[in-house]
Design a protein around this ligand. Structure first.
Ligand SMILES: [Zn+2]
Ligand SMILES: [Zn+2]
Length: 338
């Protein structure tokens, strides 16, 4: 394995372990440089002892390059593979039943990899499809896609689907639920997309009656298929408290309008918490188990959500991403009316 591929694998494994952003970025930058210069040029720098003079190559990234060129990289990567491995645990059976992932991001918004790299990774993980759900325009911190850019992305996906068949990239969006409960993208586009995840990303601390109304209006929209990370909480580092809303009313609306409640697999979200998930199940809501991956390695996080779902006794037929792609798209186009 050459230096560029070795660095790429390190990035993948660090992302899988939700390593610190700056650390992953350093390996990503070194990988990009190695790809730009080519492995031969990198090898020359290594032989001349000038690796560390290159912009963005430091002791840690230099070590991976040296191991790739001098031998020892297999052992290094095997250790990192073992350290970052994800234990599927109780959810193994459910994990095997999932056919795809309904929530993921690419470099079109705030993801770290192209649509193609995300799709090829999903293929390598034996998914039948990946729903690409980049952010909507008003989430400017995440480079949300305006109408024009979303249309460009749809063209790219069409092209990639020709190449990658029978694997399918399904089109989608993670559309912001605005403060008044409206959705941050044009109706005709929401209509056209295969899967629409709707999430709250702003004013998470609004009073409960306002937040309840806001969420109910969104899940009642015929365009919305999945309610993303419903509480907005973060449980890692300094964390973030859950939004306040009347969960009975929101989940009753999800059940009524056939909108699935997401189990968001991100380790720092783990959203919804178990007591709320139990309530969603009491209301007979459908469930979607989604990674919300912002990088290829994070697509493996489905295991976390499956583990949680298994512990809560959720049956596969309640989970929308156990459906094959065609049936999933049939469901997203009809659930609001049946
Ligand atoms: Zn989100
Ligand atoms: Zn997301």
């Amino acid at each position: 394995m050459g230096p560029a591929d070795a660095l790429d694998r390190v990035v993948y494994l660090l992302d899988r372990a939700l390593a610190e952003g700056r650390r992953v970025a350093a390996y990503g930058k070194a990988r990009d440089l190695a790809r730009d210069l080519g492995d031969d040029a990198i090898a020359r720098h290594h032989a001349e002892g000038t690796l560390l003079d290159l912009p963005g190559i430091g002791p840690s990234t230099g070590k991976v390059i040296a191991l790739a060129l001098d031998g020892g990289i297999d052992e290094y990567l095997a250790d990192l593979e073992a350290e970052t491995a994800i234990d599927v645990g109780e959810g193994a059976e459910l994990r095997a039943a999932l056919r795809g992932d309904c929530h993921s991001h690419t470099t079109w918004s705030d993801g770290g990899a192209s649509t193609e790299v995300m799709a090829r990774t999903a293929m390598a993980l034996d998914h039948e499809y990946l729903v690409v759900t980049d952010h909507s325009p008003r989430l400017t911190v995440a480079h949300g896609l305006n109408r024009e850019r979303l249309l460009q992305q749809l063209e790219e996906i069409e092209r990639l689907n020709d190449e990658l068949a029978p694997f399918r990239i399904l089109t989608g969006i993670e559309v912001d639920i605005l403060q008044d409960g409206s959705l941050d993208q044009d109706d005709d586009l929401l209509e056209r997309l295969d899967v629409v995840v709707a999430s709250v990303h702003s004013k998470l601390k609004m009073p409960a009656p306002d937040m309840t109304r806001r969420m109910v209006l969104a899940v009642a929209s015929p365009h919305v298929d999945i309610l993303g990370h419903c509480t907005g909480r973060k449980v890692v580092g300094s964390g973030r408290p859950q939004s306040d809303f009347d969960a009975d009313i929101v989940f009753a609306a999800c059940a009524r309008f056939g909108t699935a409640v997401e189990i968001n697999c991100r380790p720092e979200r783990q959203d919804p918490p178990e007591e709320l998930l139990a309530l969603a199940l009491d209301w007979d809501c459908r469930i979607s188990i989604d990674t919300d991956a912002h990088a290829p390695g994070q697509l493996e996080w489905l295991a976390y959500g499956c583990d949680k779902a298994a512990k809560m006794g959720i049956e596969p037929d309640r989970i929308i991403n156990t459906l094959p792609a065609d049936e999933l798209v049939d469901w997203t186009t009809t659930h609001a009316t049946t």
